[in-house]
Design a protein. Structure first.
Length: 396
């Protein structure tokens, strides 16, 4: 047994995160402000957690770069900052690569009900698709004061959390009537099925054109909660949806908010928040287009507190391959955002840039010119959402 100790120690050192004191940094305050708290106009109805709110708060970003060169930032607009505060999904558009932004556009709102977790993708035909969750007034995926835990089910607009998709045919300016897909994506033992960030559409292989996203769900157990994740997918451009079984997680802690990316070898990589476990992100890999998945495991190269983060594919290189890029806060708290790259199809990641200061939820995309990584992140105690453009040459 004594002989094993040096071997194990070496293994731990090899797997350790690559962040160091020499990792280049950029100040989070260098990012330009896209959304920030502002006064709520007179006449807006306010109840529940938003009843005494004086300011709109903005949380939970999603980011999209379209084929027309438009950058679109989506987020929840809240009465205050509570997760359940009559949230609307709003967006801003930029036609100059993220330097300036147009007016705030409401993509969807539903009165006193809470619209959460924008999840977006542009399809190969140019249509933009967004998935979101509708939480009924007074119900959420957790009990909080007067708010009760949502109930299992699919049909009760007053007690069930429902999952919808909506689309835009004009580059995000206007949005079509949402369609309820809850029965297709939510298991009977989950109260919700959603996640913020980005969906993907596969660009190669046997399942080219498949729309795919991971989702997380809450499982109430004896007054407490556990969580699972699964994958939902569509092979007919979003008309119908199917889902996998929940992914198996043999380790301590629970997967939660999660994102997915397509690697150039055909693998799909899910990176997940780690709730109640180690300060490392969780990861799972699929080799068959997202139908079956490896056991979820913590990744020692992705140190982070429990928080949402992103993973995306980079530009296609001359040899037809591409790298993967991820963003997530440090293991010391929701601060010092880490930008990491994987050059081995998601097996390991190397942290190449630190965005110093407050850094919570984030979303990333490649800039319209293909030369930079755009990262939008929550900052300043959730009072602002800022966006940074980082040259890809600095992430090698």
């Amino acid at each position: 047994m004594k002989l094993l100790l040096p071997i194990l120690t070496i293994g731990i050192l090899i797997a350790a995160p690559t962040v160091s004191a020499e990792t280049p940094t950029v100040a989070g305050t260098d990012g330009s402000v896209v959304f920030q708290v502002r006064d709520i106009p007179e006449g807006v109805p306010k109840e529940g957690h938003g009843k005494s709110a004086k300011k709109y708060g903005y949380r939970i970003p999603s980011l999209l770069t379209t084929s027309k060169g438009t950058v679109i930032t989506f987020t929840e607009r809240r009465l205050g900052l509570h997760d359940h505060a009559q949230n609307d999904i709003v967006l801003k558009r930029s036609t100059d690569g993220g330097k300036t932004w147009g007016k705030e556009i409401v993509a969807f709102e539903d009165g006193m009900n809470s619209i959460n977790d924008p999840l977006t993708v542009q399809l190969a035909d140019g249509r933009i698709m967004m998935m979101f969750a509708r939480f009924p007034y007074g119900r959420h995926a957790r009990a909080s004061g007067w708010i009760k835990m949502a109930e299992f089910g699919y049909d009760n607009l007053e007690t069930n959390v429902l999952t919808y998709i909506t689309t835009s045919d004009d580059d995000g300016k206007t949005w079509n009537k949402p369609r309820n897909i809850t029965r297709s994506v939510k298991p009977t033992h989950w109260v919700n099925a959603n996640t913020p960030g980005a969906m993907i559409q596969l660009t190669s292989g046997k399942h080219k054109g498949r729309i795919i996203t991971p989702l997380w769900g809450t499982i109430p157990v004896d007054g407490k909660r556990t969580w699972e994740i699964l994958v939902a997918y569509s092979d007919d451009n979003g008309k119908t949806w199917q889902r996998t079984n929940p992914l198996n997680d043999p380790e301590k802690g629970f997967p939660n908010e999660c994102q997915i990316a397509e690697a150039s070898n055909g693998d799909l990589i899910i990176i997940s928040r780690n709730q109640s476990g180690e300060k490392l992100r969780k990861k799972s890999i699929s080799k068959d287009g997202g139908i079956t998945w490896s056991d979820i495991k913590t990744d020692p190269t992705l140190p982070s507190v429990a928080c949402m983060g992103s993973i995306i594919k980079g530009p296609v290189k001359k040899d037809g391959s591409w790298d993967l890029y991820a963003s997530f806060p440090s293991s010391a708290g929701r601060k010092n955002g880490q930008i990491a790259i994987s050059t081995d199809h998601g097996k390991t990641f190397q942290i190449k840039k630190i965005i110093t200061g407050p850094f919570a939820y984030s979303a990333t995309q490649i800039s319209p010119d293909g030369k930079s990584l755009l990262c939008i992140y929550e900052a300043n105690g959730y009072k602002t959402e800022r966006i940074l453009s980082i040259p890809l040459s600095e992430l090698k």
